[in-house]
Design a protein around this ligand. Structure first.
Ligand code: AMP
Ligand code: MN
Ligand code: MN
Ligand code: MN
Length: 283
């Protein structure tokens, strides 16, 4: 069961990806994905399209999202899988989480203007597929377009991150709310790409134990954001905390993502894959 080409983390134009849900489904199928989930940031507006596209491609599907959370002063991402996409409390929670993005983007643009980069808000907007979801990724595409940086990794080294121009601290959802929205809607909460956070060992321990106490049940072990060594490390963490394991590319764009849909290592065979616990949610 661990040997299944599941890709349970990627983004469409409904958040900060560049492909439609239909194009992602076709690409996932072409790459051999057997079980797919679209996990747009703070959004589930693409879920019905993604499920229909997966069915048309003959691929199994789990509903998905990636919720932005603030924990110990850092942004943490919590993936939700297998929830009811029409659950009203979850829809309202995600809408509130998206709410501050417009004002944040205006502030980001004001900061960039101070270092001589004009028109960044309008420039970023040209890359936005969903007016409620303007993200740093859209600013990154604009900064590459005008030649301020060569590619998006360079953008995140020189701009938009703590201490750099265009960084605006933001308070996202609480860990408790995010886990409850997902689980109360019948889904499973998953800690996304744990190696990406800059936590001390104590803070990381607090994240995993509080996540579990709120009802969280899984962690991404194999992701496009992890090295092989990080996957080994978080496989051990999954066992230590009694969490199931997930696998996902975090694919955003053919031009930007180094890990393509479905093209990543298998989950270690001694872990419980999330799809085993979500069998009755798979469509
Ligand atoms: P936001 O939700 O607006 O803070 O934007 C976060 C998004 O920016 C992430 O989901 C990634 O798509 C992108 N991002 C953040 N850091 C990096 C990075 N170092 N390299 C490339 N993309 C990044
Ligand atoms: Mn993203
Ligand atoms: Mn993420
Ligand atoms: Mn993601």
């Amino acid at each position: 069961m661990a040997i299944l080409n599941a890709d349970l983390h990627c983004h469409s134009v409904v958040s900060d990806g560049t492909l439609t849900p239909e194009a992602l489904a076709a690409r996932a199928k072409a790459n051999g994905v057997e079980l797919w989930a679209l996990t747009d940031h703070d959004e589930i507006g693409g879920q019905h399209r993604a499920a229909a596209a997966a069915a048309a491609e003959g691929m199994h599907y789990l509903t998905g999202t990636e919720v932005s959370v603030t924990f110990a002063g850092e942004t943490v991402h919590i993936v939700g899988l297998g929830f009811d996409p029409d659950d009203p409390a979850m829809r309202a929670g995600l809408e509130a989480t998206r709410g501050g993005r417009g004002a944040r983007a205006q502030e980001m643009a004001a900061q960039l203007a101070q270092v001589g980069i004009k028109g960044a808000y309008e420039g970023a907007l040209r890359y936005v597929g969903n007016p409620e979801l303007i993200s740093r990724t859209h600013f990154a595409r604009f900064l590459v377009e005008i030649g301020a940086c060569r590619d998006t990794p360079e953008v995140f080294r020189k701009y938009l991150t703590e201490g750099k121009p265009g960084y605006v601290p933001h308070r996202w959802a609480s860990l408790k709310d995010a886990v409850h929205w997902i689980t109360d809607a019948g889904g499973m909460a998953v800690i996304a790409h744990p190696a990406r956070y800059k936590f001390t060992p104590n803070e990381e321990y607090a994240l995993f134990s509080e996540f579990k106490a709120h009802g969280g049940r899984a962690v991404e072990v194999v992701t496009g954001s992890h090295t092989a060594a990080e996957a080994v490390r978080y496989a051990a963490t999954a066992k230590e905390f009694g969490l199931a394991a997930s696998r996902g590319s975090d694919f955003h764009s053919p031009d930007e993502s180094h890990t393509d849909l479905g093209r990543l290592p298998w989950l270690p065979g001694d872990l419980t894959p999330v799809w085993e616990l979500l069998a009755d949610r798979i469509r």
